[in-house]
Design a protein around this ligand. Sequence first.
Ligand code: SF4
Ligand code: SF4
Length: 135
Amino acid sequence: MKRRFILKFKRNTIDKPIVYKLAKDYHLVFNILRANISPKADSMMVLEIEGDEGDFRKGLEYLKGMNLDVEPIEQDVKRDEEKCVHCGVCASVCPPNALYVNKETYRVDFDYERCVACEHCVKVCPVKAIHVYFD
Ligand code: SF4
Ligand code: SF4
């Protein structure tokens, strides 16, 4: 299974190898989609985690026991290809560059795997081509 989560770290947990242990002890594959780390304040990370169901469950229990908030990203963002006019506005506000201008075609491509469901693109699209769906 594969899911995306927002991890919120308290200031005193940022120096611990929490994410590394997901791979080492729980055999989970993780992909860091976005991170905002500060030694002087609370930090956050958006992770995509993939693995067997049993390992996945144990890994999540481990994270929750490490004094950090784990929030699943339950929204799914989809673009209506018929409506999109490739104006590029959404690409300018997308933090992880999931929406980006393809330098060869000059069209706006959508890399779903990088999307962290922040909804910035939904608010700015002039033709309302992007929608959020809830699990
Ligand atoms: S803002 Fe809307 S119309 Fe413009 S490229 Fe993005 S999805 Fe397409
Ligand atoms: S919701 Fe839109 S702006 Fe936010 S990461 Fe996904 S594609 Fe980018």
